[in-house]
Write a protein that binds this ligand. Structure first.
Ligand code: PAF
Length: 299
């Protein structure tokens, strides 16, 4: 299959490396310097003391939608989505797969004329260590579900050749899948970003573990989660699998980029307000991250 991957961040590079082993990947990046270096040197993946290289086709993001890929996997941050989609020359029939944290992107997807849309959540740890380098810091999996349209066959063609090297699981219920990931991101991302620790510290430091538990209970109440244990165990599992990883929000803060806080805790605060549920942990962490973003912008 010919697959467009949009975005040259950690997840875009991780997907590009693995999918290029079994498919023909075209990676679309915004930054010209990154495009040049990827074309010249190739893409490097570092995993457990080994380095692997792949050569792949790389184009500028402004050209996306003008070529003949079978499907596009969109790996940009949620806050870049609107501009990206507004500027693209996509047709209604071109299938899209969205890989964003939080739930905010569903509102954007709902306004698109695209017929076939899937959503995915990523449980890998990945760290971009240069324009053409990514470190696979935590091996997890990708969950994927149809959001609208008839995508089952296309998803099977995409996933089947990948096998266990880069596993995908198809889920029937996209909403439950996104909520599960939202719980993970709502707890791990802001806590690690404020405490400036890798994910595993939230399990290893008993004080931080108390914070994790307290925040989880609040998120659970806001989202009316029924099977609490299932969501909590999943949170602990992802934390363990990505123990050495610095969360995407921590990386955003460290590199003075905007974070995905609005798509994650912002979304939860709207839900809490609608349902009249007190959310002190969520409010405090939201304000802290917004404050750090402001400080980074001014400094
Ligand atoms: O956003 C992230 O960093 C990732 O989704 C996760 C799974 C929390 C691992 O760090």
């Amino acid at each position: 299959m010919k697959i467009a991957i949009i975005g040259g961040g950690a997840i875009g590079l991780l997907f590009a490396y693995y999918l290029n082993q079994k498919h023909h990947v075209v990676l679309y990046v915004r930054n010209r310097q990154q495009m040049d270096i990827l074309r010249r040197k190739g893409l490097f993946l570092h995993k457990k003391d080994h380095t692997y290289k792949t050569e792949l086709e790389v184009r500028n993001i402004s050209d996306w939608g003008r070529f003949d890929e079978d499907v596009s996997i969109i790996c940009v941050k949620q806050y870049h989505l609107k501009n990206l989609l507004d500027e693209s020359g996509l047709t209604e029939t071109h299938p899209l797969i969205f890989v964003q944290n939080g739930m905010g992107h569903l509102k954007i997807i709902d306004k698109l004329p695209t017929q076939n849309v899937s959503v995915a959540t990523v449980e890998h740890g990945a760290l971009k260590s240069g324009d053409c380098e990514v470190i696979h810091t935590g091996e997890g999996l990708t969950r994927i579900a149809v959001y609208r349209g008839e995508n089952q066959e296309l998803l099977q063609r995409l996933i089947d050749p990948l096998g266990d090297d880069f596993p995908f699981i198809t889920e029937k219920d996209y909403y439950k899948m996104l909520v599960k990931k939202l719980v993970v991101n709502a707890v791990i991302n802001p806590l690690t970003a404020v405490l400036k620790v890798p994910n595993g510290q939230l399990l290893d430091n008993p004080r931080y573990f108390e914070l994790l538990t307290g925040l989880f209970h609040e998120v659970k109440a806001v989202l009316h989660l029924e099977n609490e244990k299932e969501y909590f165990n999943n949170l602990l599992q992802v934390c363990r699998n990505t123990a050495k990883n610095r969360s995407s929000m921590l990386k955003d803060i460290e590199e003075q980029r905007p974070t995905e806080i609005d798509a994650i805790l912002g979304f939860l605060l709207e839900e809490a307000a609608e349902r009249n549920i007190p959310a002190p942990y969520t409010t405090m962490l939201y304000q802290m991250i917004k404050g750090i973003e402001l400080q980074n912008m001014e400094g």
